[in-house]
Write a protein that binds this ligand. Structure first.
Ligand code: HEC
Ligand code: HEC
Ligand code: HEC
Length: 130
C-alpha cells in the first residue's frame, strides 16, 4: 500500500516536472529564431526574427492588425502586405520590411540607429546565411 502510494506520488511529481516547462514555454511571444515567410524564389537567406531583442517595441507596433479578438494577422494576410512582386506600396511584402516608415524592420532600425547601434541595417545581419 505504502509502496503504491509512493509510486503514485513519483508519477505525479514526474508529470508535474514535465508539464511545468510547457507552461513556462507558453508565453505570448513565440520562440526565438522565428523563420519569416520568404517569397518563392527568394534570393536572400531567409530572415529569422527574435522577439527577445524587440522588447522595447510594443506588440502592436509590428502586429498592427488582429484576426478576431486576440490572434495577430500574418504579415502576408489578404488585404495586408500580400503583394510579393511589388517593391513599394502598402500591400508590398518587401516594403513592409524595408520601407522608409518607422514600422518596417529597416525603417525602424535606421530611425533608432544612434540610440541602438545593435539594430542592424546591413543586409547580411538580417539575411543571415546558414
Ligand atoms: C532589418 C532586417 C532586414 C534588413 C537589414 C534587410 N532585409 Fe531584406 N528582408 C527582410 C525581411 C523580414 C524579409 C521577408 C522575409 C524573407 O524573405 O526572409 C526580407 C526580404 C527581402 C527580399 C525578398 C526575398 C528575397 O530574398 O528575394 C529581398 C530581395 C531583400 N529582402 C533584400 C534585401 C537587401 C538587398 C538588403 C540590404 C540592402 C536587405 N534586404 C536588408 C528584412 C531585412
Ligand atoms: C519588431 C516587430 C515585432 C514585435 C515588437 C513583436 N512581434 Fe510578434 N512577430 C513579428 C513578426 C515579423 C512575426 C512573423 C509574422 C508572420 O509570419 O507573418 C511575429 C510572429 C508572432 C507570433 C506568431 C508566431 C508563429 O509561430 O507564427 C506571435 C504569437 C507573436 N508574434 C506575438 C507577439 C507578442 C505577444 C508581442 C509583444 C510582446 C510581439 N509579438 C511583438 C514581429 C514582432
Ligand atoms: C520599432 C523598432 C523596430 C522594428 C520595427 C524592428 N526592429 Fe529589429 N531591432 C530594434 C532594436 C532597438 C534593436 C536592438 C536591440 C538591442 O539593442 O539589443 C533591434 C535588433 C535587431 C536585430 C539584431 C539582434 C538580433 O535579434 O539578432 C535583428 C536581426 C533585427 N532587429 C531584425 C528585425 C527584423 C527582421 C524586423 C522586422 C520583422 C525588425 N527587426 C523590426 C528595433 C526594431
Amino acid at each position: 500500500m505504502k509502496r503504491s502510494l509512493f509510486m503514485t506520488m513519483m508519477v505525479a511529481a514526474l508529470a508535474l516536472a514535465l508539464a511545468l516547462p510547457l507552461y513556462a514555454a507558453a508565453p505570448k511571444a513565440p520562440a526565438e529564431g522565428l523563420a519569416m515567410k520568404a517569397p518563392a524564389g527568394a534570393k536572400q537567406p531567409v530572415v529569422k526574427f527574435n522577439h527577445g531583442t524587440h522588447k522595447s517595441a510594443k506588440c502592436a507596433d509590428c502586429h498592427h492588425k488582429k484576426v478576431g479578438a486576440s490572434e495577430f494577422a500574418k504579415c502576408d494576410s489578404k488585404g495586408c502586405h500580400a503583394d510579393y512582386a511589388a517593391k513599394t506600396g502598402k500591400e508590398s511584402y518587401y516594403a513592409a520590411f524595408h520601407g522608409a516608415n518607422a514600422k518596417s524592420c529597416l525603417g525602424c532600425h535606421k530611425a533608432v540607429k544612434d540610440k541602438s547601434p545593435n539594430a542592424p541595417s546591413a543586409c547580411p545581419k538580417c539575411h543571415v546565411k546558414g
